[in-house]
Design a protein. Structure first.
Length: 367
C-alpha cells in the first residue's frame, strides 16, 4: 500500500527510490511495529482490565503464579496489530510469500482468539476443544499446501528442503511433503503455546527466532548471497525480511509490557499466531529442518511435555504407579519448582535461544 504509492512517485520525487531497498523497508517495519505496540499496548491493557478479561491460573501450577491471577490476557492482539499494519504498508502485496504468511498469522490468530474468548469471557476452563484447535491447524496446513502446489514458480523446489551442515544437499519429501507442512504448522504453533508460561519467555525467544529468519529471508532472496552460502535461491523471498522485521519489532514492543512482572499475557491469540508465522517462514524459506535449531528452546519445551506425559502414562499402565520425570512440564516450570527465580529461568532460556541462533548461522559455513 504505502510502499506501492511512494515508490510509484519516485520519478517525481527521487528520494522515494529508497523504498526499493528491502533493508530500508525492513528497518522501517521494525520501527513502526515497535512504536505501534508502544501506542496500542496501554490502550489494550486498559480495555482488558475494564472488561475483567484476566488469566486463570492452573491449580497445580507453581505457588508463585497465584499472584498472577487476573492479569489481563489476549495481549496477542497487540502483537498482531503491530505486525500486520507495518507489513501491509511496506511489503509488495502481490508477493505470494507474503500472502501465505498473512493468511497463516491471521488464521491462527482467529483460532487463538476463539480459544481465549471461551476461557476468559465464557469461563470455559479448557477453552476451545482440543480437536477443533488441531482441526484449525490442520486446515491451515492444507491451505498452504494447496497454494504451494498451485504456484508454477515453485515446481522445481516445491517438495525439497535444505539439510543443515551439508553442502549442496537437499532432502526431497516427495508425496510426503504435505504431511511435513501440516506437521511444521501444528508443531510450531503448539510449541510456542507451551513455552508461553513465564513472563517474557516466549516473547523474547520469538524475537530471537524472527531475527534469524529475517537474515535467512534476505539471503535467500538474493542470487549472490544465496549462491555464496549454498542456500536455495528463492526469488521474491526478500519480502519476507520485512514481515520478519515487523515481528521482531512487535515482539520487543510487547515485551515492554510482558516482562516481569507482566502487565499482560499474550494468550493463545498471540502464541498460536506467532507460532504459525514461524512455521510458515520455515516452510516458505525451505528451512523446515533448520527450524529445529532456530527454535531449539521451543522444541525442548514441547519435548518435555511429550516425555512427561508419555512416561507418566507408561508407568501408570505397566507399574500401576505413575512416575514423573520432571517436577512439572513444560520444563521451565521444572526449574521454577527447583527454586530458581522466574526471571533467572527466563534469562537463561533466552541465552540458550541466542546460542541456538548462533549455531544456526554457523550451519551456513560449516559445510
Amino acid at each position: 500500500m504505502l510502499y506501492e504509492l511512494l515508490y510509484s512517485l519516485r520519478n517525481e520525487f527521487s528520494p522515494f527510490n529508497i523504498f526499493q531497498y528491502i533493508t530500508f523497508r525492513s528497518a522501517l517495519a521494525a520501527i513502526f511495529a515497535l512504536l505501534i505496540s508502544f501506542i496500542v499496548g496501554p490502550i489494550i491493557i486498559k480495555i482488558l482490565k475494564k472488561r475483567q478479561i484476566g488469566e486463570e491460573i492452573r491449580e497445580n501450577g507453581p505457588i508463585s503464579h497465584k499472584l498472577k491471577k487476573g492479569t489481563p490476557t489476549m495481549g496477542g492482539i497487540i502483537i498482531l496489530i503491530s505486525i500486520l499494519i507495518p507489513t501491509i504498508l511496506l511489503v509488495d502485496m502481490s508477493n505470494i510469500f507474503v500472502r501465505i504468511l498473512l493468511i497463516s498469522t491471521i488464521w491462527m490468530g482467529l483460532i487463538g482468539f476463539v480459544d481465549d474468548y471461551f476461557k476468559t469471557i465464557k469461563k470455559m476452563k479448557k477453552g476451545l476443544i482440543a480437536r477443533y484447535k488441531l482441526l484449525g491447524q490442520f486446515s491451515l496446513g492444507i491451505i498452504i499446501t494447496i497454494i504451494i502446489y498451485s504456484t508454477p514458480e515453485w515446481s522445481d523446489i516445491r517438495t525439497v528442503t535444505s539439510i543443515p551442515f551439508l553442502k549442496n544437499t537437499n532432502l526431497d519429501f516427495g508425496i510426503f511433503y504435505p504431511a511435513m507442512i501440516i506437521l511444521v504448522i501444528m508443531g510450531t504453533s503448539n510449541a510456542v503455546n507451551l513455552t508461553d508460561g513465564l513472563d517474557g519467555l516466549a516473547t523474547g525467544l520469538l524475537a530471537i527466532s524472527f531475527t534469524v529468519f529475517a537474515a535467512i529471508a534476505y539471503i535467500s532472496g538474493r542470487v549472490d548471497f544465496s549462491d555464496y552460502l549454498n542456500i536455495i535461491y528463492l526469488p521474491g523471498a526478500g519480502e519476507l525480511t520485512i514481515f520478519s522485521a515487523a515481528c521482531v519489532g512487535a515482539c520487543l514492543g510487547y515485551l515492554w509490557y510482558n516482562s516481569a512482572p507482566a502487565e499482560i499475557f499474550m494468550g493463545d491469540i498471540g502464541s498460536l499466531s506467532t507460532g504459525a508465522a514461524l512455521g510458515a517462514l520455515a516452510i516458505l524459506l525451505k528451512k523446515e529442518l533448520l527450524l529445529i535449531i532456530i527454535g531449539g528452546v521451543f522444541v525442548i519445551e514441547a519435548l518435555s511435555v511429550i516425555i512427561q506425559v508419555g512416561y507418566f502414562k507408561y508407568t501408570k499402565k505397566f507399574y500401576k504407579e505413575p512416575v514423573k520425570i520432571f517436577k512439572m512440564a513444560p520444563i521451565h516450570h521444572h526449574y521454577e519448582l527447583k527454586g530458581i527465580p522466574e526471571s533467572k529461568v527466563v534469562i537463561r532460556f533466552w541465552i540458550v535461544g541466542l546460542l541456538f541462533a548462533l549455531l544456526t548461522i554457523t550451519t551456513f559455513k560449516i559445510r
